[in-house]
Design a binder for this molecule. Structure first.
Ligand code: ADP
Ligand code: MG
Length: 241
């Protein structure tokens, strides 16, 4: 079990040039919870994750992870691991080397690295594929490598940016169930971005519905589904009026 950390966004804003993509935003992600950010394409979901991970700089406001201000820290120092829609694996490295790369960068000795790679691969059910390169793996196996690479450092925070979008329907269902199981076992604070309503309703402890950079509603799946707070939420969730 990882020690989970609360994530607090305080007045966090993002502009690209003169375009305000995220107006100042206050948002808390409960320690150890699985929070889904749900919203249509272009509403700012990826930008929000990138700000937490440190892949983009905030234009204003503060981000705290486990009570520590991180907005000026580099990604590596934030205790977050991120999984992308496109997997973002290194094509020239084997699955095992991809998984172990964050440990190598962190200076973890080879012996310990090997043990932790094996453990992470076991957790995602990848044991037999460690010697293969990404081009020799299916989409589902590649995404497992990406997930194993994310958990190998026992992060306090796991960030997922539409990780299931490139999988076919059956595999998407399977991997969704595995992610829920993984979350129960690992217990890291999880923020999962998607535009898929069914994914949000099945995975989330808490859903944050976003529209055009703003938060429309925050609630449990039952709240969002049965008691949509705005017209937008009702229509996006597909709940009959
Ligand atoms: P989502 O992930 O919800 O689809 P994004 O966070 O990717 O949305 O994008 C939100 C908005 O910010 C979009 O209008 C997008 O065009 C804009 N945007 C994202 N990244 C950049 C960038 N690097 N430069 C300029 N505009 C950007
Ligand atoms: Mg996106």
């Amino acid at each position: 079990m990882t020690q989970a950390a609360e994530i607090a966004l305080k007045g966090v804003a993002k502009r690209f040039g003169t375009t305000e993509v995220l107006p100042p935003l206050d948002l808390t992600f409960t320690a150890g919870a699985f929070t889904v950010i749900l919203g249509p394409s272009g509403c700012g979901k990826s930008t929000l994750l990138n700000l937490i991970a440190g892949l983009e700089a905030v234009s204003g406001g503060e981000i705290e992870i486990g009570g520590r201000k991180v907005q000026d820290l580099p990604p590596r120092a934030r205790g977050c691991a991120m999984v992308f829609q496109s997997y973002a694996l290194y094509p020239h490295m084997t699955a095992g080397d991809n998984i172990g790369y964050p440990l190598k960068v962190a200076g973890v000795p080879r012996r310990e690295r090997m043990a932790r790679i094996a453990e992470a691969a076991r957790v995602v059910g990848l044991g037999d594929y460690l010697a293969r390169r990404p081009s020799e793996l299916s989409g589902g196996q590649r995404q497992r490598v990406a997930i194993a690479r994310a958990i190998v450092r026992a992060p306090q925070v796991m960030l997922f940016d539409e990780p299931l979008s490139n999988l076919d329907a059956l595999l998407r269902h399977e991997t969704r169930a595995e992610l829920a199981d993984l979350h129960r076992r690992i217990g890291a604070t999880t923020v999962f971005v998607t535009h898929d309503q069914a994914e949000a309703l099945t995975l989330a402890d808490q859903i944050v519905v976003m529209n055009a950079g703003r938060v429309e509603q925050i609630g449990t799946p039952a709240d969002i589904y049965h008691r949509p707070a705005t017209r937008f939420v009702a229509s996006f969730i597909g709940h009959p009026p």
